[in-house]
Design a protein around this ligand. Structure first.
Ligand code: FPP
Length: 238
């Protein structure tokens, strides 16, 4: 018997957007074309997530390992991000979306850092859904940073070592303030987390789909939400 969809909507969905390169290769196009189509998918899925009542969407746009890619590809990705911020900020503002960035994006070129800061600032008084973009993000680095901050507080006598609890660690993570992560989706058939939201994914449902990111559409997101609704989440209980 098919498991019924409970209708539960995940509050926070994170997506590892994978497969842009393969999408382009299949069409005999340069990788850049795949990333460009990937940005169209970002726009489409961010809108669809809002329409489907998802409170927070976190997208893995650039990992701390992506610096290993050829310089031209890195600068193409940064260029696409600039275009996105330039073209889509007005819509995010008017749709009441709060833009957040996680990751050490300050290592990006200065003009892009300024654009990101401006975009985050201009949406900061919005009260609606959150669109979090992970830029130069790595979960291990995030946890190291959180640990260091707590260690400094302990060393300064501001905090007891016993006060280092999961909640205290969560308070130092860059996702602090976002709803608990419910669902992680990875496109393109790869089945790993690739240093994405390792702490936050502790109780998240994981969904690996074969669709390449540029082909991931509203229906694919609705399918993922329905699959989430069929999962029986036990959080360690029965
Ligand atoms: C993975 O595909 C995708 C990336 C490394 C980049 C994802 C970035 C975007 C979709 C654009 C981000 C822009 C905004 C505005 C958030 P891949 O290149 O690893 O694909 P492959 O594994 O098929 O080669």
């Amino acid at each position: 018997m098919a498991v019924p969809d409970t209708g539960a909507v995940p509050r926070h969905v994170a997506i590892i957007m994978d497969g842009n390169g393969r999408w382009a290769k299949r069409r005999l196009l340069p990788r850049f074309a795949g990333h460009k189509a990937g940005v169209d998918a970002v726009r489409r899925i961010a809108r669809a997530a809002r329409a489907q009542g998802i409170e927070a969407l976190t997208l893995y746009a650039f990992s701390s390992e992506n610096w290993r890619r050829p310089e031209t590809e890195i600068s193409d990705l940064m260029g696409l991000l600039r275009i996105f911020l330039r073209k889509d900020l007005a819509e995010l503002v008017s749709d009441n979306v709060r833009l957040r960035v996680i990751g050490d994006y300050r290592r990006f070129p200065a003009d892009l850092v300024a654009m990101i800061d401006d975009a985050v600032e201009r949406t900061s008084t919005n009260t609606g859904p959150i669109l979090a973009i992970a830029l130069n993000y790595g979960a291990q680095a995030e946890l190291v940073e959180a640990t260091r901050r707590l260690a400094l507080k302990v060393a300064a006598g501001e905090m007891a070592a016993e006060a280092i609890t999961p909640e205290a660690i969560e308070g130092e993570l860059q996702t602090n303030g976002l709803p608990p992560l419910d669902l992680v989706i990875r496109t393109s058939g790869e089945q790993r987390l690739s240093n994405f939201l390792l702490w936050q994914a502790a109780y998240a449902e994981l969904l690996f789909v074969d669709t390449l990111w540029p082909d991931f559409d509203e229906a694919a997101l609705a399918d993922a939400v329905a699959e989430f609704g069929r999962r029986h989440r036990r959080f360690g209980g029965l």
